[in-house]
Write a protein that binds this ligand. Structure first.
Ligand code: NAP
Length: 288
């Protein structure tokens, strides 16, 4: 069996058309959705991610503001900027690009973002709401994965799903969403014994470890769906996922490529959350 490709780039492109319609409707109500992206330091990968997010905003007619701090920025300066953006009526979403420089306490910075502008969904209040099954903002990468599964009409109730990775931004929120969707979810991590025994049981395998091509074809159940969240740079400069794509696609039924899979969907869902934040604010203003 050769797996069908789950094309995140094409799906993100389709979504962008619907975003433009929603932005036009907001403009008609004198609201232009606005996203502020904060970057601290010169990490090349983060610079690329920020540039991609800002470009995606432009393409969708969403206003964006890029705020760059040097790597040695004092934490107070970051917090002061976030307080200013929290109060800025033109900004509906605030995103702090992670990872932050080592001297910055990440949780304190994320906690400073107004929950109603937390379009990454990383604020404890928003992660708590997600855990309770009443999400306000769904973190963009797991949201993008859910959208891909939904678009391909993947039936989730009762499915055995194995997630590799337990980070706050991918693994944990992904597990919460899938539990609420009725799947049986196993979360693996670096301390998991016999990873392959888990992955071979998976109807749907979601890899988010950040280890280049470490999921081999013999770790995949025949006919499984593979979602490869990993983005790894190889010595030759090319990108690859956590899964050995060429080998695993001969075993799987549906597989995401890297690049062109989950990455574009993450950015699309960031736009979705930003537009949603602006729509909620416009609704609230209209109700007054
Ligand atoms: P992270 O915070 O480093 O978490 C990695 C997770 O993988 C950890 O839970 C770790 O376990 C686990 N892990 C590492 N090695 C493992 C192994 N050999 N076996 C089993 N589990 C292992 O990373 P992240 O932020 O979640 O990101 C994960 C990957 O997704 C990265 O490649 C990142 O670049 C990519 N990513 C892509 C997108 C996108 O839009 N496509 C978005 C976000 C992230 P421990 O907890 O035990 O250490």
């Amino acid at each position: 069996m050769t797996a069908q490709i789950l094309d995140g780039k094409a799906l993100a492109e389709q979504l962008r058309t619907t975003f433009k319609t929603r932005v036009a409707a907001l403009m008609a109500r004198n609201t232009c959705p606005g996203l502020a992206v904060i970057l601290a330091g010169e990490d090349p990968a983060s610079q690329v991610y920020v540039r991609n997010k800002v470009n995606a905003c432009e393409a969708a007619d969403v206003f964006s503001q890029k705020i760059i701090f040097p790597a040695d920025v004092p934490q107070n300066a970051l917090l002061a900027k976030i307080a200013e953006l929290n109060a800025d009526a033109a900004i509906h979403g605030i995103l702090v690009q992670l990872p932050l420089p080592r001297h910055i306490h990440e949780a304190s910075v994320l906690a400073a973002i107004a929950p109603e502008k937390d379009v990454d969904g990383f604020h404890a209040e928003n992660l708590g709401a997600l855990a309770q099954g009443v999400p306000r903002f769904i973190p963009c990468t797991p949201y993008g994965v859910m959208k891909m599964l939904e678009t391909h009409r993947v039936d989730l109730p009762g499915k055995e799903i194995v997630i590799i990775g337990r980070s706050n931004i991918v693994g944990k929120p992904m597990a919460l969403l899938l539990i609420h969707a009725g799947a049986t979810v196993t979360v693996c991590h670096s301390r998991t014994r016999d990873l392959a025994a888990h992955t071979r049981r998976a109807d749907i395998l979601i890899a988010a470890a950040g280890k280049p091509r470490f999921i081999s074809a013999d770790m995949v159940k025949p006919g499984a769906i593979i979602i490869d969240v990993g983005v790894n740079r190889l010595p030759d400069g090319k990108l690859c996922g956590d899964v050995d794509f060429e080998a695993a696609r001969e075993t799987a039924s549906l597989i995401t490529p890297v690049p062109g899979g989950v990455g574009p969907m993450t950015i699309a869902m960031l736009l979705a959350n930003t537009i949603e934040a602006a729509e909620r604010k416009a609704e609230a203003a209209a109700a007054k």
